[in-house]
Design a protein around this ligand. Structure first.
Ligand code: PHE
Length: 369
């Protein structure tokens, strides 16, 4: 691109005409090839740039030195040239118009990446669907819970040491309220057992997926936020055999029919008797390997028969709410169970650090797309 300005020997009309005709032709020629942002910017700088711009040079070299009688005619020509430059630049300013002439429809388009379910969510949904197929309906409850639903109604009395096993975050500034009304982040999905029984009379079967919180220091197997799937089955003649049969079936449905279950005595304030359930190791089939610490078994969930004290608490609250106390402990029994979704997800996908599930790291998440 030329940056020079024409020689001007005199300021008479003919010389001016010749010089401006050459410049006009040059502007028009250059304007034809303004197809990229770079080309447009170079064109602008060449003519209108403050330091090197040729209009500026013309003005400095000619307008200043022209004799008075030539100034008017020179000025008219100069303004016309400047208007032409501006006009050509404006004509290229419409980006759509520019691309329209250069649009190549055979190029691949801009890909919009669609999201996928997080592995925790899809695992939780799979577990829930196993129970839905056994006639359970899905129940949900709030993550910010009262002390009553999270602890007291589940037979964790105030100051009882069982509360120490489920330390959590509490909402500040509630000292004026009675303890049972104070808010905290729920430590388990079990409060939804109570909420469901307040709304529904027996018999009922409910499966409760959700997020829970505990004051646990984060490490490879602990996260202060994690997920559970809870279950509750209440009716007449519900026995421990029903509990065993239900969970054995559910584990086979989820992990494969070769999986075995076994039950050990355990303790939860809201179930009596309580049990921990182990499944035969899904990695070695029970022979013993690193994953099952060479025991052949993996601990997976907690469960038990609903403690009558829980039914009493439900009846009590139902009366307070003006509802019939229909959970008659002489006629009604039930079982409950709860499992950690994060551990199951980690087993299923071979994830060794729970923190990856909460990191938002795309390199990790992309593997589930
Ligand atoms: N809520 C218990 C926990 O989080 C698990 C559980 C649920 C145990 C239901 C028994 C019955 O530890």
């Amino acid at each position: 691109m030329s940056t020079a300005i024409p020689e001007l020997s005199t300021f008479d009309e003919q010389d001016l005409d010749r010089a401006f005709a050459a410049l006009t032709a040059e502007v028009r020629e250059q304007a034809k090839s303004l197809r990229s942002d770079e080309a447009i910017e170079a064109f602008r700088l060449n003519w209108l740039g403050r330091k090197q711009g040729r209009l500026g040079q013309i003005s400095a070299a000619w307008l200043k030195s022209a004799p008075v009688e030539a100034k008017k005619s020179l000025g008219i020509r100069f303004n016309a040239l400047k208007a032409l430059v501006e006009e050509q630049r404006a004509a290229t300013g419409d980006a759509d118009a520019r691309t329209a002439s250069t649009l190549d429809v055979t190029l691949p388009g801009t890909a919009h990446r669609i999201g996928v379910e997080h592995p925790l969510i899809s695992t939780m949904a799979e577990i829930v669907s196993v129970f839905q197929r056994m006639g359970y309906s899905v129940g949900l409850g709030p993550e910010v819970e009262t002390d009553f639903y999270n602890f007291e109604s589940l037979n964790f009395p105030p100051n009882h040491p069982a509360r120490d096993t489920q330390d959590t975050l509490v909402v500040a500034g509630q000292d004026a309220k009675p303890l049972r009304d104070r808010l905290l982040m729920r430590t388990h999905t079990s409060p939804v057992q109570i909420r469901t029984m307040l709304e529904q009379a027996p018999p009922l079967r409910i499966v409760i997926p959700g997020k829970v919180h505990r004051n646990d220091a984060a490490d490879a197997t602990h996260s202060p936020v994690f997920h559970q799937v809870e279950g509750l089955c209440v009716g007449t003649d519900i026995t421990f055999s029903d509990l065993k049969g239900t969970l054995d079936h559910a584990m086979k449905a989820f992990f494969g029919s070769a999986v075995k279950t076994r039950f050990f005595p355990s303790f939860f304030p809201f179930t009596e008797p309580s049990a921990d359930v182990q499944i035969s190791c899904i990695f070695c089939g029970g022979k013993g390997c690193r994953k099952c610490k060479h025991s052949g078994w993996i601990e997976l969930l907690g469960c038990g028969m609903v403690d009558p004290a829980v039914f009493e608490a439900v009846n009590q609250r139902r009366i307070e709410l003006g509802r019939d106390p229909v959970y008659d402990t002489k006629k009604i029994s039930g079982f409950a169970f709860g499992m950690g979704v994060d551990r199951i997800t980690m087993m299923k996908y071979g994830i060794s650090d729970i923190g990856l599930l909460y990191s938002g790291d795309m390199r990790f998440l992309e593997q589930f797309a």
